[in-house]
Design a protein around this ligand. Structure first.
Ligand code: PGA
Length: 253
């Protein structure tokens, strides 16, 4: 059951950080005690320019490195884009796809996100597929319908718990300091688990990690991480500094 799933705290650095920021990885590792390492995974997704250097710095320190986006194709004439295979080659083990900032800033559709998730799988990366409603969706009572549509459109049905992580991130909670109530998070995560059974099959669905994201910080992490079917966090702002990230990880101590 969901309680047996190994949690993951993933940090999304977005368009922040330089080589000097990689010193945070060593600090994170210091606070990631053997007892904590037995309980959960930590992943950092730096900007693409830092993936290779971060992967090199992360060797042997127990922190996985991921990308923030990839192209749906493996190679070709796509100026400025990165393929999943390139991220793998640079040492990434996962890639975020369908983050709401990509969906909004780059007009990514569910189909595009699904193709990117498939590219990740094809290239031996875990796809962290993001879904979440806008404030307008929530106010119109459409939260569950929107998230269900995104799940159905963004997750290829042959994905498994080994290559798929789902992140529920209400758009209105990202970077705002606002969070849904624990009860609201529980409702959405239960529905995601339910829909995953239909999409990837019952057995795999029980093992897929479903992260909550949106203004997770040390002060609210424990409450959010204790919600049923919440198997970790996708953290933006609070993942830039080791102390903040470790404060969130401490929810699992
Ligand atoms: P936040 O961002 O933690 O800064 O709200 C979360 C995210 O966008 O993944």
């Amino acid at each position: 059951m969901a309680q047996m799933i190994r949690p993951m705290v993933a940090g999304n650095w977005k368009m922040n950080g330089s080589r000097a920021s990689l010193d945070e990885l060593a600090l994170m590792s210091t606070g990631f005690t053997p007892a904590l390492r037995q309980k959960l995974d930590i992943m950092i997704c730096p900007p693409a320019t830092l993936v290779l250097a971060a992967s090199q710095r992360a060797v042997g320190i127990g922190i996985a490195i991921g990308g923030q986006d990839c192209h749906a194709n493996d190679a070709g004439a796509h100026t400025g884009d990165l393929s999943a295979g390139m991220l793998f080659d640079a040492g990434a083990t996962a890639v975020i796809v369908g983050h709401s900032e990509r969906r909004a800033d780059h007009g990514e559709s569910d189909a595009t996100v699904g193709a990117k998730a498939e590219a990740a799988r094809r290239n031996a990366l875990i796809a962290i597929v993001c879904v979440g409603e806008t404030r307008a969706d929530r106010e119109a009572g459409k939260t569950l319908a929107v998230v269900r549509r995104q799940l159905k459109g963004s997750i290829p049905d042959h994905m498994t718990s080994r290559d798929l992580v789902v992140a529920y991130e209400p758009v209105w909670a990202i970077g705002t300091g606002l969070t849904p109530t624990a009860a609201d998070v529980a409702d959405v995560h239960a529905m995601i688990r339910q829909d995953l059974r239909r999409i990837v099959g019952k057995e795999e669905a029980e093992k897929v990690r479903i992260l909550y994201g949106g203004s997770v910080k040390p002060s609210n992490a424990k409450e959010l991480m204790l919600v049923p079917n919440v198997n970790g966090a996708l953290v933006g702002g609070a993942s830039l500094k080791a102390l903040d990230l470790l404060g969130i990880v401490a929810a699992y101590a």
